[in-house]
Structures are given as C-alpha cells and as structure tokens.
Design a protein around this ligand. Structure first.
Ligand code: NAD
Length: 495
C-alpha cells in the first residue's frame, strides 16, 4: 500500500508508524495510507522551519520573487498532474479540478509581485527635519491547516504569500486528500526553494493541537468547518498567535421577479451541484421572490434531473461523488430531516446508482421546495448536492433572510434592476457578494473571506489582506544628529 509521508527539508520523512486509509470516493476503495504524525514528527518540522526562516527572511524580495516566478512556470506544466491528484482523492470532475488548480496558481502569480507589495510608506518631515516610514516584516514560522474540498487551491491561498513575505510555512493538509500538498511542496523545491521553507506535516487533530500550542509558530491560517474554525481561533489566540480561520457557509442566491430566468437557472445549477455541493461558495439556498417561484422550480428540477453523475474518469461527468461514506450518510440523513420537517422533496438524490461504481459515494442532485427559516435543512450547512428553495413575497424579506442567517460567506442576487442590486450590495451582511454572478469568488489580487460565523479573525485570505496577515508593521521615526535641538523635552512633540 502506498504511504503518504511528511515532506520536511525537501524530502519524505516521518517517525510515526500510524496511518489512516486514503480512499478513492468514486469506488470506495483504499488507494493509499497517510501518516498520522506524532510529537517527534512535529519537533522535526518545527526545527526545520525555524532554521529555514533565519536565512529565507534575509533573501531580498526580488530574489524570492524570482523563485516564485520559476515555481509558477513549473506549476503551469503540472496543472494536469495536480488536477488528477485532486480528482482521484476528492472525486470532483477533472475540469473542475483543473479550474481549482489554476485559481491557486493565480495566487502564486500575485505573489510574484512581492517587491512591489512590500513597498512601505514614507513621510518626509513629519516634524522639522524628522522623517518617518513604515515597513512590513515577516512573522517567522507560519502554519496552514486546510480542508478536503480544495486540496490544491486552499493551501495556495496561504503559502505562496507567506513564503513571498519571507516566512517559512508548515502545511497540514486534510487527511482525506493529502497527496496534493506534498506535490505542491516538491514542485516548489524544483524551483529552487531553500530547504525547510515549505514543509508538509500530515495527520489529524493531534498534530493540529501541537501546531496551535507551539510557542515557535507565529500565525495560523485555517479553512474548514465552523466549529473547528472557532476552536482553532480561540486556542491559537490563547497562545498569542495571529489567526485567520475561515469556516462554513450557507450561501443564498436571490432570484428577483425581473431576473433573466435562464441565466438564473444556469447559475444555480452550476453553483448548487458543481463539485457535488462541496464548495464553501456553493449555493445551498435559492430565494425565489414573488411570482418567479413556480417557473424557477420547474426549470431547476428539469435541468438538475439530467445532470450526468459519474466518476471523474468519465469525460462527460458533471458531478462526482461526495468525499466519504460517513459524509454521504450525513447528507442522506439531512434529506430525511427535510422531509420530516415538511419541506417538499422535488428531486431525491438518494436513489442514484452508478453502474460499476456501486460502492462509490455518489448522490444525485436533490431539490427541496417550500423550505422555511425554522427548518434544520435551512439553518445548517449540509455540504452536499442539496438545494433548498425558500419562497418569499418581497425583496425586503429576501434581504432579511440573508442578513439573519448565522453564516455570511457569499450571496448573490439575480435581477435586471440596478437600484435593487445596489441596495443589496450595500446592505447585505455578507463578505463576498455577486450580482448576476452565482459564485462571487474574489480573484487572487482581491481577498477571500466571509463575515459572521464564516470567518474568525480579521484578515481575509490572499490579495493585500494576505500580505498584511503574513507581515508585521514597523514604523520608524528618524532624525539625524546635526538637526537635534539641545535640552530634554517634556511635552508631547507637536508641529
Ligand atoms: P474540517 O473542519 O473537518 O477539517 C479541516 C481541517 O481541520 C483538516 O485539516 C482536519 O484535519 C482538521 N480538523 C478536523 N477536526 C479537527 C479538530 N477537532 N481539531 C483540530 N483539527 C481538526 O473541514 P472539512 O470537512 O475538511 O472541510 C469542509 C468544511 O470546510 C465545510 O464546512 C466548508 O464550508 C469549509 N470550507 C470553508 C471555506 C471558506 O473559505 N470559508 C473554504 C473551503 C471549505
């Protein structure tokens, strides 16, 4: 059985002999096993990262940027290899996997501009003959803990910027699909990264706790479910770390009566069922305003019913399996809960069977109508191909739903009324907002992050927020000897 180890100092390494199985979700078969690191593994990674930081932080930003540019070229040649690793261990379609790798690569592209991004601010004559400037310096050892649903893209939201800023970085990938993390590190070393700047340690919550409690690690970046995000935030902060912890979501898409119905339906289908609904920006609630509801439900149901659910090896697949047997059962349970709560089950994904893949974790597109705000299927994140439609009479009711939900990751509105759209973008209590766009994921040079229970900490990922998160600010005030007035001053200096 293939072993997936840690990757420390540019080579495979691990002391622990405990492993967890890694499965192919399309077949349910075990395909490899991943190490569950112990305290000795952690000490090794901590030591390596500490040593690497000392030299790496002294590299000029331009020298770092050149290694990143080389990395970008190497990644471009390896998009297919990385995408296949994503599809094999996660199950999503190959095209979708490729798209996610490219969105990650774009963060490397952004980070190549680090000399410009690290330029500070300078003020001449803040006082007579006194100048002042602000600079941003690296933090030290930084760490990232990532979820199963984007094994390439989410780590790439973090480490390229951290490393470009002069930090060393420790990645703890999801134990469900750990191969991408190792491959991303190997390719970075091919680009000339010095030993220990990017290390990967595998495992579960035991190694996560060692990261959170380490006195040598300066920051923790986390993406995953809300209960774990909150735990990571609180435990890391209590040991003095800087934290950005992104959590779960329940993204609403509002369809106004004046929306272009075909565009709205296409947007909803892709955003609700793409990647089997296992995206933090997936649309899990469609809010139908007024008389558009009946036509919307009919059109969604008709299209969703014809989606090709198949393994990623089938080039016509539009939706793959969910990640695991347990997760499939959890989603099926939510579908039963929705029925018992009185929602109208229009499409039931539990019935699907894929010939030759009977043991795979497949579910079909599921659609509920007449969902109400008191139901569990409305309030809780299901993270599967389950779309709930809530019917309301007015835009104000739709906005209230969006704003009262505990999650605040993403939300979109489909309308042809500019005034309504402007009101929505200004007044919704949400981090990432779309107008006639189903999944408003910001590009690498903007920043990704939700509000409310979708993000703990005050920095979103990548873009300029990423640069700020991975650096600390220093402000220097300077006067040269000949201009110094004689005698002490006891009052606050003013101009
Ligand atoms: P998860 O929270 O179960 O796991 C995320 C990471 O935390 C993994 O590396 C895992 O090993 C670790 N972990 C799990 N339980 C832990 C514990 N008790 N203590 C310490 N560490 C623990 O999330 P997941 O199932 O891998 O991913 C799906 C979730 O991620 C969904 O809720 C989804 O919305 C969320 N997500 C959010 C975003 C975002 O940007 N907000 C992006 C992607 C995914």
């Amino acid at each position: 059985m293939k072993e997936i180890n840690n990757y420390i100092n540019g080579r495979a390494s691990n002391k622990s002999r405990n492993f967890l199985p890694v499965e192919d979700p399309s077949t349910g078969d075990q395909i490899s096993k991943v190490v569950l690191s112990n305290v000795d593994d952690f000490k090794e990674v901590e030591k390596s990262s500490e040593k690497a930081f000392k030299d790496w932080s002294k590299y000029t930003p331009l020298k770092r940027s050149r290694i990143l540019s080389k990395y970008k070229e190497i990644l471009e040649k390896n998009i297919d290899t990385l995408a296949k690793l994503v599809s094999l261990e996660h199950g999503k379609t190959l095209d979708d996997a490729k798209g996610s790798v490219i969105r990650g690569l774009e963060v490397v592209e952004f980070a190549c501009g680090i000399p410009h991004l690290l330029k500070g601010e300078f003020s001449e004559n803040v006082g007579s003959n006194i100048d002042s400037w602000s600079i941003r310096q690296p933090l030290g050892i930084t760490a990232g803990i990532t979820p199963f649903n984007f094994p390439a893209m989410v780590p790439m939201w973090m480490f390229p910027i951290s490393i470009a800023c002069g930090n060393s970085f420790i990645l703890k990938p999801s134990e469900k699909d750990p191969s991408c993390g190792i491959k991303l590190a190997e390719l970075f070393y091919d680009a000339g990264l010095p030993e220990g700047v990017f290390n990967v340690i595998n495992g579960d919550k035991e190694v996560v706790n060692l990261i959170l409690d380490s006195e040598k690690i300066s920051s923790v970046s986390f993406v995953g479910s809300t209960p774990v995000a909150k735990y990571i935030y609180e435990r890391s902060a209590s040991s003095g770390k800087r934290v950005q912890a992104l959590g779960g979501a329940k993204n609403h898409l509002i369809v106004m009566p004046d929306a272009n119905l075909n565009q709205a339906v296409d947007g909803i289908i892709g955003a609700a069922y793409g990647s089997a609904g296992e995206r933090c920006m997936a649309v899990s609630v469609a809010v139908a305003v007024g008389e558009i509801a009946d036509n919307l439900i009919t059109a969604i149901s008709k299209k969703a019913d014809t989606l090709k659910v198949a393994p990623w090896t089938d080039p016509n697949s539009e939706m793959g399996p969910v990640i695991s047997k347990e997760h499939k059962e959890k989603i099926e349970n939510y579908i039963s809960i929705g029925v018992s709560e009185g929602a109208n089950l229009v499409l039931d994904g539990r019935k699907i069977k894929i010939q030759g893949y009977e043991n795979g974790y497949f579910l079909g597109p599921t659609l509920f109508d007449n969902v109400t705000k008191d139901m569990r299927i409305y309030n809780e994140e299901i993270f599967g191909p389950v779309l709930s439609v809530v019917r309301v009479s007015t835009y104000e009711e739709a906005l209230e739903l969006v704003n009262n939900h505990k999650y605040g990751n993403g939300s979109s509105i489909y309308t042809s009324d500019g005034e309504v759209s402007r009101h929505f973008t200004t007044n919704c209590n949400i981090g990432m907002v779309g107008v006639n766009v189903p999944i408003p994921v910001p590009m690498s040079y903007h920043s990704f992050g939700g509000w409310k229970q979708s993000l703990f900490g005050d920095h979103a990922m990548h873009g300029i927020e990423g640069v700020r998160f991975f650096t600390k600010l220093k402000t220097v005030t300077s006067r040269w000897p000949k201009s110094i007035q004689s005698g002490p001053e006891f009052k606050m200096p003013t101009n």
